[in-house]
Design a protein around this ligand. Structure first.
Ligand SMILES: C[S@@+](CC[C@H](N)C(=O)[O-])C[C@H]1O[C@@H](n2cnc3c(N)ncnc32)[C@H](O)[C@@H]1O
Length: 303
């Protein structure tokens, strides 16, 4: 598994003081939520493939003899792409979206109501670094791009195992290859801009999110789980096939710009500015050469 993983742009780390938000914090949290919504829209093919496989594993689980899954948890649910996808796929289950961000969970509530599953989707604001809310017993937990945000993923997974029923599952989705959007030659600046930006991002992540790039199968085993499936889902979306791809790329590089500009050299800084210039020739919103590609690994383990 690659160790150069990038779950999200640097400004979005999910931690924070959610009682004493500054205006900047709220704006940043809202931008992070927008980015997650775009991820769910633009990478729909990836999400469908990953969630289909996870729900198939649950349904074929021997514990299925005990009846249909009753409670499913979306750990670090964000704006609920996983929550809604699971609620649609598991029509008898209650789906609980857990996140530290009230703002993100408000979007989950609204989406659940709009999709007609509001009676089965519950949101719980909780900081999982401080322990698990009372959700015992859980049949399946989906943890997408969230475990690397926790201070101690091993402890969170051990505690989760204790509140999961026998035979219940956890499914962890994390980046194996970082998402890329751009061709090597952008028609401006030095070729290879995106690779250099990802290198800088990787260094920042190593400082603030030390478990990013972990071997999640090993972390799961150490936490007492039995790994039953691990597979890579390839992301391969070509713009302009998807109308929101340019917006997703723009949102992503905008957050990159907030966190990294002081670490890019002057020429790459100018390239980033040109990419974010919506009226310019090279702006991300209008480019026809975007190609979103990357790999996310989904690891499924049983209690
Ligand atoms: C990269 S986002 C992933 C969101 C969603 N699972 C997805 O894949 O679209 C990470 C999420 O983890 C949440 N998170 C970070 N630290 C957390 C904590 N200590 N407790 C609960 N949620 C946390 C963040 O608020 C954020 O919504």
């Amino acid at each position: 598994m690659s160790h150069a993983q990038h779950g999200d742009a640097p400004a979005h780390h999910g931690h924070g003081d959610h009682d004493g938000h500054s205006h900047d914090d709220l704006a940043s949290e809202a931008e992070g939520a927008d980015l997650l919504d775009l991820d769910g829209d633009v990478l729909r093919t990836y999400w469908d493939a990953a969630l289909d496989r996870v729900t198939a594993a649950l349904v074929s689980s021997p514990a299925d003899e005990q009846g249909a899954p009753a409670r499913v948890v979306d750990l670090g649910a964000g704006t609920g792409t996983g929550t809604l996808g699971l609620a649609r796929r598991l029509p008898d289950a209650e789906v609980v979206a857990v996140d530290v961000s009230e703002l993100a969970l408000a979007r989950v509530d609204a989406k659940a109501r709009a999709a007609g599953v509001g009676d089965r989707v519950r949101t719980v604001v909780a900081d999982l670094d401080a322990g698990w809310p009372d959700l015992d017993p859980i049949d399946l937990t989906w943890a997408s791009m969230s475990l690397h945000h926790l201070a101690d993923p091993n402890r969170a997974l051990s505690d989760l195992r204790r509140i999961t029923r026998d035979g219940g599952l956890v499914a962890v989705a994390e980046f194996d290859e970082p998402l890329r959007f751009l061709p090597d030659d952008l028609g401006l600046g030095r070729p290879g801009f995106e690779g250099r930006a990802l290198g800088v991002l990787s260094a920042v992540h190593a400082e603030v999110l030390p478990s990013i790039g972990a071997s999640w199968d090993e972390v799961l085993r150490e936490a007492g789980w039995t790994v039953v499936d691990e597979h890579d889902v390839v992301i391969d979306e070509r713009s302009p096939d998807h109308p929101l791809a340019g917006r997703y790329a723009r949102a992503w590089f905008d957050r990159l710009a907030h966190g990294l500009t002081d670490r890019l050299d002057a020429e790459d800084h100018r390239t980033l500015e040109a990419l974010l210039d919506d009226d310019g020739l090279h702006g991300l919103l209008h480019r026809t050469d975007l190609h979103l590609h990357g790999v996310r690994t989904v690891t499924i383990a049983r209690r």
